[in-house]
Design a protein around this ligand. Structure first.
Ligand code: C2E
Ligand code: CA
Ligand code: CA
Length: 236
């Protein structure tokens, strides 16, 4: 799914969203299979595959001139992956193989990673930051964790959960929460990405509040890599 600069409306990056297509062509939602893959541990090899796949696509699009050379790729990382001792080398290897600069890889973790085995998670996150990879907190504001972790490693971006965006144009409490998140991010020198932007009004509101980037159906639904290329040809 393309991620857009809120001010300019340009595509500045992508979020890799996994899909599982059955033999009959029907699609199984990640909301269905990711939790099972996490529970069984299969997410470790699947996640490593997804990471390399996503970076390889980004490399191809950059080489073909379809997207900017600075475009970023955001990849979701589950707690299980972060607790795997091999995760940091896997990330490093994927960057080398795809020739993508570390600061173009944004890893999305939820607040939940800091709950089970927080020491392991912190160690991995610290090493990833040292590599130059950027860390975003996904679904920010919906987890159960304290904000203590914001002091412990370099969080680059807060992703504002779509549950706060849905009614943003008429709900004063959602507006207050989103404004507070954006202001906090600004004062801590972090970026903000709003998720689930479906209307022009939501975009305008977020722009007026100083949110940095957004993604959502208003600009583009998640696309297959092939449709992504076609989308860019059309937008040229
Ligand atoms: P997420 O990381 O919060 O991803 C955002 C979800 O919002 C995606 O659902 C996306 O398709 C959807 N979305 C995007 N724009 C809009 C919009 O304007 N309106 C609405 N209503 N929805 C929008 P999706 O693709 O079904 O993914 C669900 C979840 O599965 C993701 O939530 C993420 O937690 C997980 N997931 C997906 N791919 C991966 C992966 O490669 N690895 C891991 N660990 N988790 C993944
Ligand atoms: Ca995400
Ligand atoms: Ca999210």
């Amino acid at each position: 799914q393309p991620i857009v600069d809120i001010e300019l409306g340009d595509v500045v990056g992508f979020e890799a969203l996994m899909r599982w297509t059955r033999d009959d062509g029907s699609i199984i939602s990640p909301a269905e299979f990711i939790p099972i893959a996490e529970e069984t541990g299969t997410i470790v090899p699947i996640g490593a595959w997804a990471l390399l796949e996503a970076l390889t696509h980004l490399r191809g699009w950059i080489n073909e001139g379809i997207c900017s050379r600075e475009a970023t790729m955001s990849v979701n990382v589950s707690p299980r992956q972060l607790h795997d001792p091999n995760f940091v080398p896997v990330v490093h290897e994927a960057l080398l193989r795809s020739h993508i600069a570390p600061d173009q890889l944004w890893l999305e973790v939820t607040e939940g990673v800091m709950i089970a085995q927080p020491e392991q998670a912190l160690e991995a996150l610290t090493k990833l930051c040292a590599l130059g990879v950027r860390v975003a907190i996904d679904d920010f504001g919906t987890g159960f964790s304290s904000m203590n972790y914001l002091k412990k490693f370099k969080v680059h971006t807060l992703k504002i959960d779509q549950s706060f965006i849905r009614d943003i144009t008429n709900s004063p409490s959602d507006q207050a929460i989103v404004i507070a998140i954006i202001n906090m991010a600004n004062s801590l020198d972090m970026m903000t990405i709003a998720e689930g932007v479906e209307t022009k009004e939501q975009w305008d509101f977020l722009k007026a509040q100083g949110c940095t980037q957004f993604q959502g159906y208003y600009f583009s639904r998640p696309l297959t890599p092939k449709d992504c290329e076609l989308f860019f040809e059309k937008h040229d």
